[in-house]
Ligand binder design. Structure first.
Ligand SMILES: [Zn+2]
Length: 150
């Protein structure tokens, strides 16, 4: 429940953010990340809110799916940027689910369609390729090398 007024006397509803996409409330100021990496080329993409629950989850699903299939193909992406982006998006998703369902959209604005959850999007499973490589190639090479040196 919001307090009736802010410390400076303004009503909470005059400062509560509107969704950047559909104009509805309640909305939360969050940032959703995507990462792409191919060899030495990397791209960092972000979408800043505020977002309502519906539009925010749609953006999280879209950028997370993009990261899951495009984010693993450079060394720094594989070990750093992509896992960080995915963890950040997971955290944003959790925050967005605490919001109440959005009210009506602003006139002329269209709410973003959530689409399927990430686990129902085939492109998300491209992430299994680098994982399979780590499990199938990297670990069998490294573990015996470590064990023989102990
Ligand atoms: Zn919205």
């Amino acid at each position: 429940m919001h307090p009736p007024a802010q410390a400076d006397g303004t009503a909470w509803w005059s400062v509560a953010p509107y969704c950047r996409i559909c104009g509805a409330r309640p909305a939360l100021q969050v940032t959703v990340h995507a990462h792409q990496g191919v060899l030495m080329w990397m791209r960092f993409h972000r979408e800043d809110g505020p977002f309502c629950r519906s539009c925010g989850i749609a953006v999280v699903r879209e950028l997370t799916t993009k990261t899951l299939w495009q984010g693993w193909w450079s060394p720094l992406s594989l070990v750093g940027f992509t896992p960080i982006a995915l963890i950040c998006n997971f955290s944003v998703r959790r925050k967005l689910t605490t919001l109440a369902p959005p009210g009506p959209s602003a006139p002329g604005a269209t709410r973003k369609i959530q689409g399927k959850p990430v686990h129902q999007r085939p492109l998300a499973y491209v992430a299994l390729v680098p994982l399979a490589w780590v499990v199938g190639f990297f670990i069998p090479q490294i573990i015996p090398a470590i064990i023989t040196h102990i």
